[in-house]
Design a binder for this molecule. Structure first.
Ligand code: GTP
Ligand code: MG
Length: 837
């Protein structure tokens, strides 16, 4: 087994989290799920996960592609993860967090559990033991779908392990409350056939409760048995939390399609990161205090040492020729700074120089030789100090904003500039600094070019959404842009051009991923994603409506053929719906992303007109189906009773009407999201027992050339409702003010005299009459419905007849009578068929 993956020097301020558990517990998968949660559940995790090596992204891909994960072969794999602050609108609601996640192999964990001795050695170099000692939180994982026996065996081991960890933390005089998360993994496997989300969650909950009870019993029993110090001590104590997770939701009855949604992973890491951060902060505080104590003690010891050196100084000096030769020999064969300060020469030289310096004859040496030794020791001390400063500094590749990058550059020219008096340019530290300066330039250049590129995509995308027509090359242009923008601007895991690699820790070349993740590029990429989505939805809808051109466009499934021979109106709607789902990759099952509200003119108007045209063809199919159901003698079926029965046919799933309702609803919904399903609207209309109308009045239009002499009202308009029991109610509407002439028409306002309410029961007859005068002739205008007898609401939509005193009548061409809009005059649903009397 390999010991551990290469790791940057640990920054003491970065909290570390260790994932610990048996092989197959799901540690690596959980890290993949964390990356997924960062993308899908950022609002719960409170951040988006950034990891510049791309290894977490690969883990995620493997987990959700459903391939078996390889057991982890290296003892410990470390990931430095940055959580980009979460935003609500433009407001940043969290701080950025950097955290090191350590994934250990199950085999190494099992071996540590069996032989935990290395945990007692604070200087241990064994990777997993080191990770336990350095951890700010441990996620202790056990397969939640294991049976009772397996769980008990795992808990027994964990108990022993925790006791050692607790003891170790106490011995290290560490702060109290070390966070340990006991996590039951793979809970999706606890699902049973027919489970709903609620049922499954409650089973998972019960499982966790019983596991916790079992574990708790272990802890209690163990404390009594051997009387060893309990891990729950106030100083170095452990704070244990229990959680349940799954990398994916199982297939559930009420949520069948969410296999790529992690369960409680975001919550677990959110809490774990917070606990680890606060532990790290408390540890730093306590270490500072310890350091102070230590420094005070060292000063005291230093004073004692000086005393003994003082005694040595008073001995008479004895020149040591052998020592002089050694110093001169060292001086002669000394190599340039770049070589003498490089590893491993540095340690060797330091040892040699210290030996020379500590030699009893040192004080008797010539001044120039003493100065030489002192200056070289000082150089090594300065160099080490500088190298440590560089190791702890923020590298250009750690930044994600131009401001932070500028700060890094500033510090490389400021506190991290090479000290004067030394020629360190070619030393490893000097080369690393030089490389970082080159990285700053390369990142800045790439960031700006990536930014320009995504801004250009957005600009081109918006231009395409503003198209005046969808034909010609439009579709090919959209697809060309989408294909171009889908490719990242550079291979993200490749080295960034202009970023050199040098042979020292943190000296590897920066990857293209770094500038790609810079905040401005990220924002521009998000803008492009929005533009991309809008553009592809526009293309898809235009495709579905047959408005686009090009060789490989999908079937225009929303364009319907006219009803007629060879066309099966019964199967048409479901065939089209199936084709729609097959051909168009909708993110929702109601296609709301095609809502016209989200598109811009002129494209929006073109789509609206085509949707209307297609809808009307659909209406003709439905009306033909209704008429076919009613049979040849339609007038016989035009009764309130048969219409009420017909309403049940409309909602009967064995008829084609519900499918038509779903399809036609789509056409109207895309234009107006609140539009009702036309089939359900018709059914509700046919079931209405009575219509309440509040007739305020009418606007009457009479063309001036209706007759030779001007025709004008000569009395009130009467609207008569005659019930089937033959009682008649008449409402009158009188003219108010003079008629207003505009061009070739005169408009009159008629208003109700007295009560305005009419209760209309389907089947009642409706008739309106207005006495008019033309010259010295008394005539009348008469309105009667010509469509349905049951619902004669088309009465005022038709031209009246002009009836002479002799009883002869003719169409009153151009006369219009419109109820004032607030009257609530019933409107006949669009699917109600034309009935000829
Ligand atoms: N259904 C399901 N399978 C999971 C889940 N988590 C992990 N697995 C599967 O369990 C197997 C082991 O998962 P790993 O993440 O490799 O386990 P590990 O703890 O890293 O194991 P080692 O690397 O050997 O220590 C893999 O095949 C995963 O796909 C989960 O939540 N649900
Ligand atoms: Mg693993």
């Amino acid at each position: 087994m390999m010991p551990s993956s290469p790791q940057p020097p640990a920054d003491p301020s970065i909290p570390q989290v260790l994932l610990f558990g048996h092989s197959g517990a799901g540690k690596s998968a959980l890290l993949g799920a964390l990356y997924q949660a960062g993308e899908k559940q950022g609002e719960t995790l409170l951040g988006e996960v950034l990891e510049s090596s791309g290894r977490l992204a690969s883990l995620r891909d493997a987990v959700y592609r459903g391939t078996e994960l390889e057991p982890t072969h290296t003892e410990l794999t470390s990931y430095t993860v940055r959580l980009r602050p979460w935003r609500v609108g433009a407001r940043v609601v969290t701080e950025p967090i950097t955290i090191v996640l350590n994934d250990c192999s199950g085999k190494a964990a099992e071996s540590l559990i069996r032989h935990p001795d290395s945990l007692h050695d604070p200087e241990t170099r064994a990777p997993v033991a080191r990770a336990v000692i350095d951890a700010d939180a441990i996620i202790l994982m056990v397969n939640g779908s294991a049976d009772d026996g397996e769980l008990s065996a795992a808990f027994k081991e964990f108990e022993a392990f925790l006791a050692v960890v607790g003891q170790g933390k106490a011995n290290a005089r560490e702060v109290g409350g070390f966070p340990v998360f006991l996590v039951l993994t793979q809970c999706d496997k606890l699902t049973e056939p027919g489970d709903t989300r609620e049922k499954w969650e409650s089973r998972v909950h019960e499982h966790a409760e019983s596991a916790w009870a079992k574990f708790h019993t272990f802890l209690k029993d163990a404390a009594h048995e051997d009387d060893a110090p309990s891990p729950f001590l106030p100083f170095g104590s452990i704070e244990l939390m229990v959680d349940t997770v799954a990398v994916r939701l199982p297939r559930l009855l009420d949520a069948p399609g969410q296999p790529s949604t992690p369960f409680r992973v975001a919550e677990l890491f959110r809490d774990c990161f917070a606990a680890a951060r606060s532990h790290r902060a408390r540890v730093s505080g306590s270490n500072r205090r310890l350091k102070w104590t230590l420094r005070a003690a060292l000063t005291f010891v230093g004073a004692l040492l000086l005393g003994s050196i003082g005694v040595a100084l008073f001995q008479p000096p004895q020149p040591d020729t052998h020592l002089i030769d050694r110093v001169i020999a060292y001086q002669r064969q000394e190599s340039p700074a770049a070589v003498r300060l490089a590893d491993p020469n540095l340690a060797r030289n330091k040892q040699t120089l210290s030996d020379l310096h500590d030699d009893p004859g040192f004080f008797a040496l010539r001044d120039d030789l003493k100065e030489f030794i002192d200056s070289r020791l000082k150089e090594i001390e300065d160099y080490e100090q500088y190298r440590n400063k560089l190791a702890a500094a923020i590298a250009p590749s750690d930044t994600r904003t131009l401001e932070d990058l500028a700060k890094v550059e500033q510090s490389l020219h400021g506190e991290l500039s090479l000290p004067t008096g030394y020629t360190w340019e070619e030393t490893p530290a000097g080369l690393l600094r030089e490389k970082w300066l080159a990285d700053v330039r390369a990142i800045r250049e790439a960031e700006s070019s990536f930014l320009d590129r995504y801004r250009d995509y957005v600009r081109r995308g918006i231009a395409l959404t503003l198209t005046p027509a969808f034909g010609g090359n439009w579709r090919a242009d959209v697809n060309g842009l989408v294909a171009e923008a889908t490719r990242p601007p550079a291979a993200l895991s490749d080295p960034l051009p202009g970023s050199p690699a040098v042979a020292s820790p943190r000296g590897e070349a920066v990857l293209n991923r770094v500038p790609y993740e810079f905040d401005r590029v990220y924002e521009a990429r998000k803008d492009w994603e929005t533009t991309h989505d809008r553009l592809t939805h526009l293309r898809d809808l235009a495709d579905a409506l047959g408005l686009t051109a090009g060789p490989d466009r999908p079937e225009p499934v929303l364009v319907l053929p006219e009803p007629g021979p060879g066309i099966n109106s019964v199967s048409l709607p479901s065939a089209r719906w199936t084709a729609l789902l097959r051909n168009f990759n909708s993110t929702s099952d109601d296609f709301h992303e095609w809502n016209l509200r989200d598109f811009l003119d002129p494209g929006r108007s073109i789509l609206a007109a085509r949707l209307d045209q297609c809808f009307r063809t659909g209406v003709r199919h439905v009306q033909a189906l209704i008429l076919a159901r009613l049979g040849p003698d339609v007038t016989q079926k035009d009764t309130p009773e048969s219409w009420r029965m017909f309403a049940n046919v409309l909602t009967d799933s064995t008829t084609p009407f519900p499918e038509w309702g779903r399809l036609l609803h789509l056409y109207v919904r895309l234009r107006d999201p609140s539009a009702p399903n036309p089939i359900l609207e018709l059914a509700a209309f046919l079931r209405t027992p009575q219509f309440e109308v509040n007739l305020h009045g009418f606007d009457l239009v009479i063309p001036v050339d209706l007759s030779l002499d001007k025709v004008h009202p000569a009395g009130p308009l009467s609207v008569a409702t005659t019930s089937r029991g033959s009682s008649t109610t008449t409402k009158r509407f009188k003219q108010v003010g003079e008629g207003v002439r505009e061009g070739s028409i005169t408009t009159y306002k008629l208003t109700a005299e007295g009560d305005r309410k009419i209760t209309y029961i389907p089947g009642d007859t409706l008739r309106a009459e207005l006495p008019v005068r033309s010259g010295n002739q008394d005539l009348k205008l008469v309105w009667v419905a010509v469509g349905s007898q049951t619902y004669p609401f088309d009465l005022f939509a038709r031209e009246p007849r002009l009836v002479k005193a002799s009883g002869v009548s003719e169409p009153a061409v151009g006369v219009k009578l419109a109820p004032t809009p607030s009257s609530g005059w019933p409107h006949i649903p669009v699917l109600f068929p034309e009935l000829k009397r």
